[in-house]
Design a protein around this ligand. Structure first.
Ligand code: COA
Length: 386
């Protein structure tokens, strides 16, 4: 099978970006990625774009074509992929498959979301569409509420505490201090997290990822070609995707996301690796409990021990397995369609040795874990230097 590598990356700052429209964010990230890869527009053969709710949030659909247009890439084929918060990773995976199939050699993959144009209630409603409209959202179960239910069950079965969840937020905000693109550059104490006010008990404001604007673009290429194009391509050595029921009621248990384990196994088998070979990971911490479940479901820690591991600093930059060196969705921000592509960018920068103050020591194998909804879509990818 043909192999695929990342040859260029471009990221906007994440946050409340009032002075740039969705298309300007895409153009900014795209120009940076093309410059980083040193490619010309005519070398790019297709565009894959991930966005979740641009129609609802800013009234703009047809984002694949918009990205191609903004980057001056017409008339190449352009695609939009939607898989809720995993849209960016699904776009990247499908672009990768198109190269593996031999259809294309060089593709631009973008992810974007502009979430701050409408108020929080409207964003919550739009995001809630990633769950089951009929059985969840219609009854008021927005995403903080759904993850709140999972947190309650995790606390009940394993004794996980609100303080342990708070440690995830404290660590990710600390990591985010070293990420210039992050939405927040602010550290929090345990008292501040614990007193930050319930959004959906037991989850508090500081257990939640924020509402964000932002765009991310990577240029990918067939690996042999990539080696001729740039000094250090970053190869995607394994990729897995899995689905599960949209609604929590369809799951066999609420203390984890089964699709994570399935996607991770596929990626690891493809890469011929075990989870212990992974040096660091960018995981989907849309809520602090989501990071605790992710590190268990991926196999870094036994089921039920993620809370304790977080409390003991095992996931810190100098811990057993650094999780979310970028600051994660919690501190870096979560413009939903852009998140999966931004995770791939962080891993690329780490493996290039370009992550500056947040550089993971001896980083050889990186992992990304991107979840859509409450776990109905999961993509896991593994990367190393080509
Ligand atoms: N983490 C840290 N700080 C946050 C924050 C977050 N998640 N959300 C908001 N803030 C800060 C703001 O910067 C602001 O600080 P300031 O007063 O110093 O300026 C303050 O808290 C109030 O912000 P505001 O915009 O009024 O918050 P809000 O009540 O409108 O929204 C949430 C807060 C938690 C409801 C919102 O961030 C949210 O819905 N998050 C979840 C998003 C989500 O579900 N994503 C998909 C996951 S699957």
């Amino acid at each position: 099978m043909r192999s695929v590598s990342i040859i260029g990356v471009g990221l906007t700052k994440f946050g409340e970006i009032w002075d740039k429209s969705l298309r300007e964010l895409v153009a900014e990230a795209g120009i940076k990625a093309v410059a980083d890869a040193g490619v010309e527009g005519k070398e790019i053969e297709a565009v894959y774009g991930g966005t979740m709710a641009s129609g609802r949030l800013i009234g703009q659909e047809h984002i694949g074509a918009l990205i191609a247009d903004q980057l001056g890439l017409n008339p190449i084929p352009a695609h939009r992929m939607e898989a809720a918060c995993a849209s960016g990773s699904v776009a990247l995976r499908n672009a990768m498959l198109a190269i593996q199939a031999g259809e294309h050699d060089v593709i631009a993959v973008g992810g974007v979301e502009k979430m701050t144009e409408v108020d929080t209630a409207e964003v919550g409603f739009a995001l809630g569409g990633a769950g089951d409209q009929e059985t969840e959202l219609f009854h008021g179960a927005t995403f903080p509420a759904l993850y709140g239910l999972m947190a309650r069950r995790h606390m009940e079965e394993f004794g996980t505490t609100e303080e342990q969840m708070a440690q995830v937020a404290i660590k990710n905000h600390k990591n985010g201090m070293n990420n210039p693109s992050a939405q927040f550059h602010k550290e929090f104490t345990i008292e501040q997290v614990m007193n930050s006010g319930y959004v959906a008990s037991p989850l508090k404001l500081l257990d939640c990822s924020p509402i964000s604007d932002g765009a991310a673009v990577v240029i990918i290429a067939e690996t042999e070609k990539a080696k001729k194009m740039v000094e250090q391509p970053i190869e995607i050595i394994g990729s897995g995707q899995a689905s599960a029921s949209l609604a929590l009621t369809g799951r066999s248990n609420l203390t984890g996301i089964e699709a994570t384990g399935i996607a991770a196994k596929k990626a690891l088998d493809q890469a011929k690796l075990e989870i212990k070979n992974v040096d660091f990971a960018e995981v989907h911490d849309c809520f602090t409990i989501a990071e605790i479940m992710a590190i268990e479901d991926l196999g870094f820690f036994k089921k039920g021990e993620g809370g304790k591991a977080s409390e003991q600093g095992k996931t810190a930059m100098d811990g057993e397995i650094p999780i979310n060196p970028s600051g994660g969705l919690k501190a870096k921000g979560h413009p939903v369609g852009a998140t999966g592509v931004a995770q791939a960018i962080e891993v690329t920068e780490q493996l290039r040795g370009n992550a500056d103050k947040r550089q993971v020591k001896d980083a050889e194998i990186g992992l990304t874990h991107n979840v859509g909804g409450s776990g109905a879509t999961v993509v896991v990818n593994l990367y190393k230097r080509a």
